[in-house]
Design a protein around this ligand. Structure first.
Ligand SMILES: [Zn+2]
Ligand SMILES: [Zn+2]
Length: 102
């Protein structure tokens, strides 16, 4: 089974980050610790594999990212740490952009 996305704050390393917006707008995340912000994006690794979504599914304030191929937000982490889109099965790599310190 896949697990929920966990993103460490690129400013201070805290895992206490939350998703402050909604997928139809942007992927702005805020760090509870240092109030820094960032937006995660994905890059396709070129592979395909199946992933079972975690149970329970993350709620809407937990870290989220869109698949760069199909724009689905059903992106989860496989047992070996690789991100996989549950909709199109693409394997993905996480990148953090729009870094702004708090
Ligand atoms: Zn931080
Ligand atoms: Zn996808």
């Amino acid at each position: 089974m896949g697990s929920k996305l966990q993103i460490a704050c690129p400013h201070c390393g805290s895992k206490d980050v939350f998703y402050s917006c909604e997928p139809k707008c942007c992927f702005n995340h805020v760090c509870e610790e240092c109030k820094g912000t960032f937006e995660p994006v994905t890059e396709a690794l070129g592979g395909r594999r199946k992933i079972v979504p975690p149970d329970p599914l993350p709620d809407c304030t937990e870290p989220a990212v869109a698949c760069c191929l199909c724009e689905s937000v059903a992106v989860y982490v496989d047992e070996d740490g690789v991100l996989v889109c549950a909709d199109c099965q693409a394997t993905l790599r996480l990148e953090l952009t729009e870094l702004a310190p708090g």
